[in-house]
Each structure stands twice: as C-alpha cells, then as structure tokens.
Design a protein. Structure first.
Length: 232
C-alpha cells in the first residue's frame, strides 16, 4: 500500500503567556505512518495530545520539532514547514478534517455548508449540492432541514453536517476527531459504513475514537499516544 502520511519524531508544547510564559509540554517523539486504504486510530485518555497531533497534521498547530510528510501524487509536502498558501492548497484537494465541532458561517444553509469543499475545487454548485444532499440523506438528516443554517440544529444534527462536509470530497487523507461522539447508535453505524467505504476507495484515515465498538469496526492499526507523553 502507498504511504500517504509520515509523522516523524514530532514534538509539541504550548507557551502559557498568561502564566508568565510557562511551557506546557504535550507530546514528544511522535512517529507513525498511514497508508492508502488504512485507518490508524490514535488511542489514549483525554489530554494525552491526540487532537493536537491531528491539528499538527492539518497545519492548525505548528510542531516544535520533527516532520509531517503528506504524499500526494508525485509530490511530498512537509506540513511542519509549509507556508499558508501551501497549506490552503493541500486542504483544498489532499487533506480533509472532521473536527469535534462544526464551525460554519452563520445563516448559510446546511446543504451549502456540506457542499462547500466541492465548490471550492471547481465542482458546479448543482452537482456539489446533489452529492452533499446524498450524504446528508445517508446520515438521516431530513431534506426539510437542508435549507436551514446548522446553527439552529442540535449537536448531533450539526455533527452530521460536519461529517458530510468532511466526506463529500475525494481527499486522499482524512482526519477524524471524535466524529461519532454526539451521534445515536443508528448514525454511528452509518458513519462506520461511510468510513469503511472510504478505506475501500483508498483513503488513508487517521482517527480519534473513544467508542470501543466504533474503533474496533474501523481501525486497522492503533497508535497509543501515551507512549509519546512529554515530561513536564
């Protein structure tokens, strides 16, 4: 299988400016890879640094040391040293991210929020909306809600829009941060099916999943983040 992501000896700490510049170490020496068609689950208790690792891969956080190589076609990008324009281009076509919470422009319809990644890549709005609608329907969000802004939805409904937005494109690398945490059993099963379908299509996935049943259903390999705990 083709390697899509290589995380090599990555470390991260935060500077607490309101605490006199105190340094808070998070993780040290993080190393793992994700291959096409494989789901790597980051495991460990809350606060172990799992979300920070995903955010470093996505470029939202800078790592202090190490390299994060994303392979796409014949190119390889080191996210740890990539500039803003490079990261925007990478997110447009290569790396998709489903966060724990939906962040959307107010008053934008749910179907448009879900379709936006396709539209940004040049897909015609009607085609993008149709694909987004298919996913929203699969995730049991009634079509009467598609024209409403997600800010009016429950947490579980917002997360279904968030998942549709993350899965609507064909990004070769998919990052999932607790995608099923606010979902009921029926929709958790849908997400499991969607994730496994993406694996069959060759997507490399790095996920954080605390639900043991979901983890067992999607994980090909588990990385214990506690082994990378940074000493204070």
């Amino acid at each position: 299988m083709t390697t899509v992501l290589e995380v090599s000896d990555v470390s991260k700490s935060f500077t607490m400016h309101l605490r006199g510049g105190m340094t808070l170490p998070v993780v040290r020496g993080v190393s793992f890879a994700a291959r096409a068609g494989e789901c790597v689950v980051l495991a460990g208790p809350s606060g172990a640094g799992k979300s920070s690792i995903l955010k470093m891969i996505f470029g939202s956080y800078r790592c202090d040391l190490g390299a994060i190589h994303v392979h796409h076609g014949d190119e390889r990008t080191d996210v740890a040293n990539a500039g803003p324009r490079t990261m925007l281009a990478l997110r447009l076509r290569v790396v998709a991210y489903v966060s724990q919470f939906l962040r959307a422009v107010p008053r934008v319809a749910a179907v448009d929020v879900a379709a936006e990644p396709l539209i940004a890549c040049g897909t015609e709005r009607e085609i993008a909306a149709h694909r987004a609608g298919d996913l929203l329907a699969r995730l049991n969000l009634p079509d009467r809600m598609w024209g409403l802004p997600p800010a009016t939805f429950s947490g579980g409904e917002q997360q279904r829009v968030n998942i549709a937005r993350g899965l609507v494109g064909d990004h070769p690398l998919l990052l999932l941060d607790e995608p099923t945490a606010s979902l009921d059993a029926a929709n958790r099963a849908v997400v499991i099916d969607l994730v496994n379908a993406r694996k069959r299509r060759g997507t490399a996935i790095v996920a954080i999943v605390h639900d043991a049943d979901v983890r067992d259903a999607i994980a090909d390999r588990i990385v214990d983040v506690t082994t990378f705990a940074a000493a204070a």
